[in-house]
Design a protein around this ligand. Structure first.
Ligand code: AMP
Length: 192
């Protein structure tokens, strides 16, 4: 099976690209952000808990996030593999993912990072906020905090997979189709 981590800061285009990749490779996109927003929309206890963190641009605690991720994988058989979008967000989550896949005799195939500058991210997210309906996309302070959390807690995950020789980078600048072409080129290389 193919297990890709689509990696990069908020607003780097992970979600957009993941939606195109699932069609081409027969994978399931698992976005922890989308899963939280679904819970939030249904006012579940998990959604209510997650909201207080999401509204500040902080990470939701690991235990609930990891459990939610495992449940999603376990309840979604029949795919050629998964695209993890927005997970893992720190080293502990990366270790949990590795152990979880290992129990299934599986492993992460590759982490592919979309690189984008901080200023470009802020512009993109503010623009997305005009239509996304996401409270965390509307306030520049919250966006900057999400970038800070990314740099501090999430960026080390790329180095973690680099030690396993699984980390790759693609410049996340250009049209959606140009970036998609570059991504597919990289994926075809790693799964060959
Ligand atoms: P995203 O849609 O990936 O930008 O995520 C939106 C928000 O959901 C983040 O700012 C976090 O509050 C929360 N979130 C999403 N994924 C994770 C994760 N893997 N670990 C902790 N919090 C997460």
């Amino acid at each position: 099976m193919i297990h890709l981590i689509l990696f990069g800061p908020p607003g780097s285009g992970k979600g957009t690209q993941a939606k195109k990749l699932v069609k081409k490779y027969g994978l399931l996109q698992i976005s922890t952000g989308d899963l939280f927003r679904y819970e939030l929309g249904n006012n579940t206890p998990l959604g209510i808990k997650a909201r207080s963190y999401m509204d500040k641009g902080e990470l939701v605690p690991d235990e609930v996030t990891i459990d939610m991720l495992k449940n999603k994988v376990n309840s979604s058989p029949g795919y050629a593999g998964y695209i993890f979008d927005g997970f893992p967000r720190n080293i502990l989550q990366a270790e949990a993912l590795d152990n979880f896949l290992c129990e299934k005799d599986q492993e992460v195939t590759a982490l592919i990072e979309l690189t984008v500058t901080d200023d470009e991210i802020v512009q993109r997210i503010l623009k997305r906020g005009e239509t996304s309906g996401r409270a965390d996309d509307l306030d520049e302070g919250i966006i900057r905090n999400r970038i800070e959390v990314y740099n501090k807690e999430t960026a080390p995950v790329a180095a973690f997979y680099d030690k396993q020789a699984k980390s790759h980078k693609i410049e996340g600048i250009g049209t959606i189709d140009e970036i998609f072409e570059k991504l597919c080129g990289k994926i075809d290389q790693v799964i060959a």
